[in-house]
Design a protein around this ligand. Structure first.
Ligand code: NAD
Length: 263
């Protein structure tokens, strides 16, 4: 018996990091299938190898409405139902301060960061809405410590994740009573989260930052850097109708205690 027995989910950015941990955990909690939207064809190959027929992989860009619709349609088409959307694909800005960007870079990187981190969530929600209303399902979005505090990125990332918080609240309001809308807010996590191509950081990974693990672990009251799997149970809880029936517009923080850091 799993908490998600018989359910079907769709995870954007589910080919790596936190999204991949959610895919794995949803399947182990009884999901009959998970749609996964990826940007890298290799991620698709790896997912099919690992999970076989229990995943349907859709190559696409979350900034495209048509790609989001294809992902929803492929998931429903393959598994015959749809219970949970996990909007998760994201990019980071590598702490780039405002004055480190010239006007052209700022213009382009705003469009890229907000295109993925905010518009991508809106388009996924729009594409999934009708099917989730029909199934009384739920949406879960990956936010961040940067949804609440300064210092988890530069102004573009922090603003985009604050926008994500507003989006969760507004969508929870608009989709009630049929669809619950919630979020998980991880803190520093050992993933290969990338930067924006528009800042020349498209191939740079979070884990390329020297001493990133140690810096996060030192700064957090729980003295750890999270692994992607550390967050996955929060998504299970929020997706579970039996365990979260009365929960909407909630954000589960999974950040090692960011809010209670000592001065
Ligand atoms: P990750 O890079 O492993 O996952 C992000 C995924 O999004 C990747 O698979 C990537 O291919 C995909 N993606 C990026 N742009 C895309 C696009 N345009 N279309 C489709 N897919 C796209 O890194 P992660 O850390 O697992 O990131 C997942 C989420 O967690 C992000 O929303 C991120 O902001 C958030 N987060 C991460 C951390 C951290 O420290 N790693 C902390 C807080 C929040």
């Amino acid at each position: 018996m799993g908490w998600l027995d018989g359910d079907v989910a769709l995870v954007t950015g589910g080919g790596s990091g936190i999204g991949l941990a959610v895919v794995e955990r949803f399947l182990s909690e009884g999901c009959v299938g998970v749609g996964v939207m990826v940007r890298s064809p290799q991620q698709g190959v790896d997912l099919r190898e690992r999970f076989g027929e229990r995943v349907v992989v859709v190559d696409g860009d979350v900034r495209s409405g048509a790609d989001n619709q294809r992902a929803v349609d492929a998931t429903v088409g393959r598994f015959g139902r749809f219970d949970t959307l996990v909007g998760n694909a994201g990019v980071w800005d590598f702490n780039t301060r405002l004055e480190k960007m010239d006007l052209a870079q700022l213009d382009a990187s705003f469009d890229e960061l907000f295109g993925v981190n905010v518009k991508g969530y809106l388009l996924a929600a729009r594409a999934a809405a009708e099917a989730l209303r029909a199934s009384s399902g739920s949406m879960i979005f990956t936010l961040s410590n940067a949804s609440f505090h300064a210092g988890g990125g530069g102004p573009l990332y922090v603003a985009s994740k604050h926008a994500g918080l507003g989006l969760v609240r507004q969508l929870a309001f608009e989709f009630a009573p049929q669809v619950r809308v919630n979020a998980v807010a991880p803190g520093g996590t050992a993933t290969a989260l990338r930067g924006p191509a528009s800042l020349g950081k498209g191939e740079r990974r979070l884990t390329d930052i020297p001493n990133f693990h140690e810096a996060v672990a030192t700064a957090m009251p729980l003295k750890l850097i999270a692994e992607p799997a550390d967050h996955a149970g929060h998504y299970v809880l929020l997706a579970s109708r039996a365990n979260s029936r009365a929960t909407t517009a909630a954000v589960l923080r999974s950040d090692g205690g960011w809010e209670i850091r000592p001065i």
